[in-house]
Design a protein around this ligand. Structure first.
Ligand code: 5AD
Ligand code: SF4
Length: 475
């Protein structure tokens, strides 16, 4: 889910077909005004969704987007602070932008997102690479800050908000295959996992008005989208009180409202917290065919002592009982996880507990990381980062090996089964093949057949597999 990779992800890479006219128009008006922005996003899906909000705000302000960095008057980088490596990538990228700045006087560079929030004015004072610094809750202020920066002043707004959800801003979906769309349903996080910087960079948790979420889902459906992913740091704690009726909307209620937009639109969501996911959510998932049978349920560690130090507020047996409940209510449901190796004081024996929970829970996949101490977090203040780097890395490779084996075995069970696949586009390796996913979020590759296109559902029989993908044929 997180992209620490320096591979550039430009929100303008794929232009949503239904928006092409609009983009072209704004591109042309951009030519007249000659104000163009270029934006890159790193980190979680929330950041990518935020970049689409930013793109919308800038378009309203008369900017058009460009995919060519050298052509831009404004370069923005939406950043991630979750691990040190993510921040290193951004710094490296800023140095590259600086080279463009040197040959293009007047070019403005802005840092958005979590790193902006974490480092605040430091970017302006120490690094001198940046003109604008904007935290995740201050994007509405961008036009003003850009104006200030054009006048030679530095523009910073890193105020966090308790209310901002950007509910009224319709995201400009520039990096889209026209099939899958993302909707942010909440912002911030009130959990205090001791390793995590997110509560400090994204602020307090707040949920968006569910009716605006349903309206956005309907809009995506009307524009031909077939899959909607509801995003939040902890979707299960979604809670919105109608100020007129005082009625409280839970995540299970929201899920049902969105599922009812259309039976042909698949609904996914991420991320779930083991302490908050309720039976109501599981029953709602089971009730609607178009809610995908897939839950991203990060465990982080398989050892109860480490979970306590991580302040995850559950222990191993609580997690196990959640997994049992999921399989009881939806035997076909896939579960994936996030795992951190080498957290403070973790012993070899405790690490073995993480390996065993992967096997026990049968995660179809995991996002796996070694612990990276983040300044200001609870763990950084309270515990010593005492597992040597080499040990953390070795444990990470153990976790990757075990997960790969479990994924392989899970995929093996799919051999000969037929799944309904939503076609997303060409496979990466061959334009003769399509790539899609089944309800369980497994990637499936299959040869193209005349008459089918991205956005169509097809039945695919699985004929072979690896640990990462299923292969099959349309039947
Ligand atoms: N070090 C390593 N991994 C981390 N994550 C969050 N903070 C850290 C950190 N300091 C991982 C967790 C989380 C995922 C998004 O990133 O596994 O679920
Ligand atoms: Fe970070 Fe924990 Fe919140 Fe996830 S739930 S964003 S890991 S504090």
């Amino acid at each position: 889910m997180y992209n620490d990779n320096p591979t550039l992800i430009n929100v303008n890479k794929h232009i949503d077909e239904s928006k092409q006219g609009e983009v072209l128009e704004s591109f042309q008006s951009g030519l007249e005004s000659e104000k163009k922005f270029y934006i890159e996003s790193y980190g979680c899906q929330m950041n990518f969704a935020d970049s689409e909000i930013v793109a919308s705000i800038l378009t309203e302000d008369g900017y058009s987007s460009t995919r060519i960095m050298e052509e831009a008057d404004l370069i923005l980088i939406n950043t991630c602070s979750i691990r040190e490596k993510a921040e290193d990538n951004v710094r490296q990228r800023l140095r590259q932008f600086d080279k463009v700045k040197k040959i293009k006087p007047g070019l403005l560079v802005g840092v958005l997102g979590c790193m902006a929030e974490r480092l605040k004015g430091k970017f302006l004072d120490e690094e001198k690479l940046v003109d604008i610094v904007v935290g995740p809750d201050a994007y509405r202020d961008l036009p003003l800050l850009i104006n200030n920066a054009e006048d030679g002043q530095k523009g910073v707004n890193v105020l966090l908000s308790r209310e901002e959800t950007y509910a009224d801003i319709s995201p400009l979906r520039l990096d889209s295959n026209g099939v899958s769309g993302f909707i942010s349903i909440m912002r911030g996080c009130d959990n205090m996992c001791s390793f995590c910087v997110v509560p400090f960079t994204r602020g307090r948790e707040r949920s968006r008005n569910p009716f605006t979420i349903v309206a956005e889902a309907r809009d995506l459906f009307e524009r031909g989208y077939k899959e909607i992913t509801l995003l939040g740091q902890n979707v299960d704690s979604f809670k919105w009180e109608n100020p007129e009726t005082m009625e409280i909307y839970s995540f299970a209620m929201l899920l049902e409202m969105v599922a009812l937009v259309s039976p042909i639109v698949r609904i996914r969501f991420s991320t779930s917290h083991p302490k908050d996911i309720t039976d109501d959510v599981l029953f709602t998932m089971a009730k609607y065919d178009n809610i995908c049978k897939y839950i991203h349920l990060p465990i982080q560690s398989g050892n109860s002592r480490i979970l306590e130090l991580m302040n995850r507020t559950y222990d191993r047996s609580w997690y196990e009982s959640k997994v049992k409940r999921i399989y009881e209510i939806m035997p076909e449901c896939a579960i994936s996880s996030d795992i951190i190796t080498g957290f403070c004081t973790e012993t070899e024996e405790e690490h073995q507990d993480t390996l065993s929970i992967i096997e026990w829970a049968k995660f179809t996949m995991s996002y796996m990381f070694f612990y990276s101490e983040r300044p200001g977090t609870l763990a950084a203040r309270k515990y010593k980062d005492d597992v040597p780097y080499d040990v953390k890395k070795k444990r990470l490779s153990d976790v990757i090996r075990v997960q790969r084996q479990i994924s392989f075995e899970h995929n093996k069970l799919d051999l000969g089964k037929t799944f309904e696949i939503l076609i997303e586009g060409d496979s990466k390796k061959s334009s003769l093949d399509f790539k899609g996913r089944n309800s369980q979020n497994k990637a499936v590759i299959f040869p193209k057949i005349e008459g089918f296109k991205p956005g169509d559902y097809v039945n695919v029989k699985i004929t072979s597999y690896t640990s990462a993908t299923l292969k099959g044929e349309i039947v």
